[in-house]
Design a protein. Structure first.
Length: 299
């Protein structure tokens, strides 16, 4: 009887071990193999622990950095002549404030920071929109915004603001001058990077690896919440085509009754191949009543 009981117990053990081997999952097998390899490795050194996450700089240090930029001096004449409607709050700033808020919502949702403002062609109001967005963002005191002129064959933003800097953004990208010495601050939470003159080799400069390195360094030092880049028209040159791979998304500006639908379609497809398309801004639209109008009487 004892021999029979022992035989049954032995059979049960063997059957259990067989079933366990048959149903062992790939994960379990991998764990078992890893344990065996670890045991065989014996005295091999363990893998280094991951580096700790970088601790954010104190807000006081950032405030000092941003307030150290030379102040941007803009005249009332430039504001009026160049249609900087968002320079001060009011009914004329509503479209830009709404666009600003929508940009923030989409950027926050997708964790985007670098935003290119681009157009299919010139003279559609791309730079004017960029400048107005800058002043609209300045009223958001808890946000820091950089506005950089990367349409380097023109001095668009500088002319819009009525300011002629000592250097170009190209000088910053070539490390001839630091961004701290070149940038111009407004209200301690917006800084402009402008151009003094044309940069003839803009396409090559923007595609140089050093361009990416300098932008990374600027972002690491100043921690902007939003970076707006006024970029060259897509169909004017290849300047933007090389640079757009360095941004998180792009906003396409077109002009009502000027930009053909075919050109808008081509530009949107080109953008989609290079970066994320945040949206399309229809500029110079005369008819804003009905569903898409603004309630100016509120002011």
């Amino acid at each position: 009887m004892d021999r029979l009981q022992q035989a049954i117990s032995k059979a049960r053990r063997e059957r259990s071990e067989t079933v366990a081997r048959e149903v062992q999952t790939p994960v379990a097998a991998a764990i078992s193999a890893a344990r065996q390899a670890s045991a065989e490795a014996g005295a091999q050194p363990a893998a280094p622990a991951p580096a700790p996450e970088r601790v954010a700089e104190p807000a006081g240090d950032l405030n000092s950095l941003w307030s150290a930029f030379q102040p941007l001096q803009i005249t009332a004449k430039s504001v009026q002549r160049n249609r900087l409607m968002a320079f001060s709050t009011g009914e004329h700033a509503i479209p830009y404030d709404m666009l600003r808020t929508r940009i923030l919502q989409v950027a926050r949702k997708n964790n985007w920071k670098r935003i290119a403002i681009v157009s299919p062609e010139s003279a559609v109001g791309k730079t004017t929109i960029t400048g107005n967005l800058a002043f609209s963002f300045s009223r958001m005191r808890d946000r820091r915004t950089m506005v950089l002129d990367f349409d380097m064959r023109r001095m668009g933003l500088g002319e819009l603001l009525g300011v002629k800097p000592k250097h170009n953004m190209a000088d910053v990208l070539k490390r001839r001058v630091s961004f701290a010495d070149h940038g111009m601050g407004y209200d301690d939470n917006v800084v402009f990077g402008l151009n003094r003159e044309r940069t003839p080799n803009a396409a090559e400069l923007l595609q140089d690896p050093e361009c990416s390195e300098v932008l990374d360094e600027i972002e690491e030092i100043y921690h902007p919440d939003i970076m707006l880049f006024d970029t060259a028209p897509l169909m004017a040159s290849d300047d933007s085509h090389g640079f757009l791979q360095l941004v998180d998304c792009a906003l396409l500006v077109v002009a009502a009754e000027r930009t053909p639908m075919e050109r808008i379609d081509v530009a949107e497809r080109q953008l989609a191949e290079l970066t994320n398309v945040m949206g399309i801004v229809l500029n110079r639209c005369r008819y804003t009543g009905g569903a898409h109008g603004y309630e100016n009487d509120y002011y």
